[in-house]
Design a protein around this ligand. Structure first.
Ligand code: ADP
Ligand code: GN1
Ligand code: MG
Length: 374
């Protein structure tokens, strides 16, 4: 998406003013490398101590109903906080995101320019990784996402809102690619001819999990749906997973989607937009660490079909985001933030290269899951 320009520090000061923050604003600057929201770290002086907060402009083009989205997030974060309090966890405010309310008590702020904002406590002494460096980091992150799913098994109240309808409905994603390729609104289809062909050749993937769901073999759960490895904060000192973040897509979904997007993002030895495709290698030891970590926290509640679908889930998520990048390229870069022309095409090619590798390693990966315990 061609996004709003980064806001100046004084604009951020005005936005921060809407939230119930004590002390006075010192500075603010863009933070992180997400593709969707505009994230800023802001610093306040509170009676002589500098405290950071995350101020996030919610992408309203992507999330059409921000009040519904924020209702989901408020329910999920307060459920997590209650659980941590019940366990008397010593580090509770780093373990789950904490929303800072506005001065009038709401979980979000709409500014005069009709932009939507929220504010979180900044989880300090940790960071996210775009490229996982070691299997132990993968195991930690996977354990955290599994624990997050476990936490939400008993979320009270109504079904969560679908913040993006059909988010992982791969059939719909496929049909949108077909439409974008046919319309070719920006004259880009010729340049992406081989990539479009690659996607079309794998159409048989798109209905497999949806069919298992329709037959009742894959249960609907509350899932995170964006388990990209840079959506979990690892502790600087111990490398333990501290906090699952980026809760915009927490909603009904399937367990293999969550395992799958971890597999997609953690096993890749290169960045998601690396253009030297010889660097895109599927790392089997990282895969094995993901399975081990995930089953430690999720093994007890997964059914046999979910377990048997984990590897395919990773292939499907890689394919799905590949076709989403390709569709966005053909449609003129309207969804994902880009930093250069053809950025979305580069990302699609990278994901398709990774998928080819997964296809080769699939038997070994399936064998590993079959023998894994618990
Ligand atoms: P996006 O949807 O654009 O990916 P995220 O919510 O993932 O947005 O935030 C982008 C980045 O900001 C994250 O990858 C992480 O590095 C950082 N971040 C987000 N929330 C926090 C937080 N509460 N504490 C510390 N860092 C955070
Ligand atoms: C987006 O928000 P972020 O950058 O963590 C996208 C995911 C994609 C991912 C690809 C809401 O994730 O679905 O898998 O980019 N999030 C949304 O990097 O579309
Ligand atoms: Mg993110």
């Amino acid at each position: 998406m061609s996004h709003a320009h980064d806001l100046s520090s004084s604009d951020l000061a005005a936005v921060a003013q809407a939230f119930l923050l004590h002390g006075h604003f010192i500075s603010g600057a863009p933070y992180g490398s997400g593709h969707i929201n505009d994230t800023y770290a802001v610093i306040f002086d509170q009676a002589g101590t500098r405290v950071r907060y995350i101020l996030q402009r919610i992408n309203h083009n992507v999330f059409r109903d921000v009040p519904a989205l924020m209702e989901n997030i408020a329910r999920v974060t307060s459920h997590a906080a209650k659980r941590l309090a019940a366990e008397a966890h010593p580090d509770a405010s780093r373990r789950a995101l904490t929303l800072v309310p506005t001065r009038d008590g709401r979980p979000y702020h709409r500014d005069a320019a009709e932009r939507w904002w929220r504010c979180y406590l900044f989880v300090e002494k940790g960071r996210t990784y775009d490229i996982i460096e070691r299997p132990s980091q993968a195991a930690e992150a996977a354990r955290a996402f599994g624990a997050f799913q476990h936490l939400l098994v008993d979320l009270p109240g109504a079904r969560l809102h679908e913040t993006i309808p059909g988010f992982h409905h791969t059939r719909q994603r496929f049909e949108r690619l077909r439409q974008a390729a046919t319309a070719d609104a920006h004259g880009r289809a010729a340049a992406a001819k081989d990539d479009i062909a690659f996607a079309f050749q794998r159409e048989n993937m798109v209905d497999q999990l949806l069919d298992l769901q329709a037959r009742g073999e894959l249960p609907e759960r509350i899932t995170h749906n964006d388990t990209k490895l840079n959506n979990v904060i690892l502790d600087d000192a111990t490398q333990a997973a501290v906090c699952v973040i980026d809760l915009d897509t927490v909603m009904p979904g399937l367990a293999p989607y969550d395992f799958g997007d971890m597999m997609r993002t953690a096993t890749n030895s290169a960045a998601e937009d690396e253009t030297d495709l010889s660097k895109v290698q599927m790392r089997l030891p990282i895969f094995e660490a993901l399975v081990t970590g995930y089953l430690e926290s999720a093994g007890a509640f997964l059914n046999a079909t979910e377990r048997a679908s984990l590897v395919f889930g990773g292939m499907l998520m890689t394919y799905e985001v590949g076709i989403r990048f390709l569709t966005d390229y053909l449609a003129g870069d309207v969804y994902f933030k880009i930093k250069r022309p053809h950025h979305n095409l580069d990302r699609a090619r990278n994901q398709f290269a990774l998928l080819r590798q997964m296809e080769q390693h699939r038997p070994a990966m399936e064998a590993f899951v079959r023998q894994a315990r618990p």
